[in-house]
Design a protein around this ligand. Structure first.
Ligand code: NAD
Length: 526
């Protein structure tokens, strides 16, 4: 393992990227890093391609998206295999969490984009009486840079790319240094659909490459990754006033109420905390269970955790795969060790899985933790579930909201009306009642965070809006009558407006309207 890390460091210095399977530590391949000069050329090419691409109708652009979908369907197994190999996730999750949401999103975009992006009339209220009309046209922005993480290496960038392209933008993707071959596969998927040259490109590299893309004069950056990198992206983007969407980390709470179906909720907790090895922005990272049912709930969670099989992603019976890197594994180890040293009780797991060759941490459940522990406050991003208790709903809400993050949250109960009341009080971009995580795959709904979990939204109507410029067009059909607020000004103009305001915004409607009409008749425009 040490040799391999050294190899990676040396290659990085040589402007190369080494991709490995984190489950087996086998080398997948080596790639050249895109240089700054090449990035500039790619950006120029995209800018040139924009005019023609933007001039197509949405229907024409959707035809390309359909070809993208067909290509994915035809190559389902190969794509899923690559995702599982380069990311380390179970093969089944490559299909359910990467490919399925992508196909679903393309279908949604094809069926709904024309309607969502068609021009929209605005009701002008009183001003309608003056025969004025306003409407909005949604115009593409230009060239969009998309910077992606490795955890859902296909579904996250694919969804953003498809929406951005359909809106008429050109796109440049900088994929994660941990999953560069999936980046190339995405390039191929779009190339095979016959997209015109320069409309979509992929660049390869580390953080520096991402930073070079951010400062290359694009029209928007859509970044998905950690809070610390997100802040750097925003700082760099500020220098050129490039707008950003930031989809950042989370520390998502699960609230389990007293009346819950314990069998159902404990299964949900185990899946929500350990799927993708817990490397999900919306993983269940903190559990708050009502104290009256805590023992039974914890017993079920531990029992079900012990039934999980950890292994190589391509082994079709693997439930929990590898972690992406040694660095990520060490963060998990650090959080768990700190918790242990402060008196946490490890009920299962709590250490690396050394029976397997790659970066594996055993699914871990722990209790006797509180918000003085990193495992409760910081994003752990690993297969770890800290469980705490609460006495009443207010305490659960307060504990859930006590975080710098606010991506998603979940409430588990049979009392749906009560859960809705709690949901309204939670500071999170998405609140699930009796489910978790899967709303990311509901492409019809907005995805994004409160607080440090991010800025802006992807998916759904709000996601589309991030990729367009709303242009307001105003028409005055009264093109012969000069406006009464135009020159020239006089005391009469002031009196006219005073009465106009009284008529509009006070109770003395009749007298002010008469006075207004009198002043209006004397008003002189030039
Ligand atoms: P990361 O921040 O380390 O990297 C994300 C991407 O940014 C990578 O492509 C990386 O090369 C690039 N990058 C690094 N430094 C950069 C810089 N200075 N300028 C521009 N780009 C730079 O995150 P990661 O480890 O790849 O992903 C895990 C994180 O992503 C977690 O915090 C997770 O919660 C978050 N995430 C959020 C969402 C969401 O939708 N909110 C989804 C998935 C992952």
């Amino acid at each position: 393992m040490a040799l391999l890390l050294e190899d990676r460091k040396t290659l990085n210095k040589l402007n190369k990227l080494l991709s490995i399977n984190p489950g087996t530590l086998e080398i997948i391949g080596e790639l050249e890093v895109t240089t700054e000069k090449e990035i500039k050329e790619i950006v120029e090419k995209a800018k040139k391609s924009f005019k023609e691409w933007a001039s197509l109708t949405i229907k024409q652009r959707c035809k390309y998206m359909k070809k993208v979908s067909d290509y994915i369907m035809k190559n389902l197994n190969n794509i899923a295999e690559l995702i599982s190999k380069e990311n380390g996730k179970p093969f089944v999750e490559a299909i359910t969490a990467d490919i399925m949401p992508t196909l679903e999103l393309i279908d949604y975009v094809i069926k709904n984009s024309e309607n969502i992006l068609s021009s929209e009339n605005i009701n002008l209220g009183k001003w309608n009486l003056l025969n004025k009309k306003s409407y909005i046209e949604y115009e593409p922005l230009g060239v969009i840079g998309i910077i992606s993480p490795w955890n859902f290496p296909f579904s996250i960038p694919m969804g953003q790319i498809v929406m951005a392209l359909t809106c008429g933008n050109c796109v440049i993707l900088k994929h994660s240094e941990h999953t560069p071959f999936i980046g190339l596969e995405i390039e191929k998927v779009f190339k095979e659909s016959g997209l015109p040259q320069g409309v979509f490109s992929v660049i390869t590299g580390h953080g520096l490459t991402g930073s070079q893309l951010v400062s290359s004069g694009l029209n928007k950056i859509v970044f998905t990754g950690s809070v610390s990198t997100g802040k750097k992206v925003m700082e760099t983007a500020a220098k050129t006033l490039t707008p950003v969407v930031l989809e950042l980390g989370g520390k998502d709470p699960m609230i389990v109420l007293k009346d819950v179906n314990i069998d159902y909720a404990s299964s949900g907790a185990v899946w929500g905390a350990f799927t993708n090895s817990g490397q999900v922005c919306a993983s269940i990272e903190r559990v708050y269970v009502h104290e009256d049912i805590a023992d039974e709930f914890i017993y079920e969670v531990v029992k079900k955790t012990s039934m999980l099989k950890q292994g190589i992603g391509l082994d079709k019976t693997t439930d929990v795969g590898a972690m992406i890197s040694l660095q990520q594994l060490e963060i998990v180890e650090n959080h768990v060790n700190e918790a242990k040293s402060k008196g946490a009780k490890i009920l299962i797991g709590g250490q690396r899985n050394l029976d397997l060759p790659g970066y594996f941490y055993k699914p871990t459940v722990l209790t006797k933790v509180d918000d003085s522990f990193k495992i409760v406050t910081d994003e752990t991003f690993g297969p770890v579930m800290p469980i705490m208790t609460f006495k009443n709903d207010d305490e659960a809400i307060e504990k859930a909201n006590n975080s710098i993050y606010g991506l998603s949250a979940s409430i588990w109960t049979k009392d749906i009306e009560k859960a809705k009341r709690i949901a309204s009080k939670l500071q999170a971009g998405s609140v699930n009642i009796n489910d978790c995580l899967s709303t990311y795959a509901l492409c019809q709904t907005p995805w994004g965070g409160y607080k440090e979990s991010g800025i802006g939204r992807t998916h759904g109507k709000f996601g589309f809006m991030e990729f367009v410029q709303p242009k307001h067009i105003h028409v005055d059909y009264n093109y012969n009558t000069k406006k009464f607020w135009w020159y020239k000004y006089s005391q009469n103009t002031i009196d006219m407006f005073e009465n106009f305001l009284k008529f509009m915004f006070s109770d003395s409607k009749i007298s002010s309207s008469l006075k207004f009409l009198e002043k209006f008749s004397k008003n002189k425009t030039i």
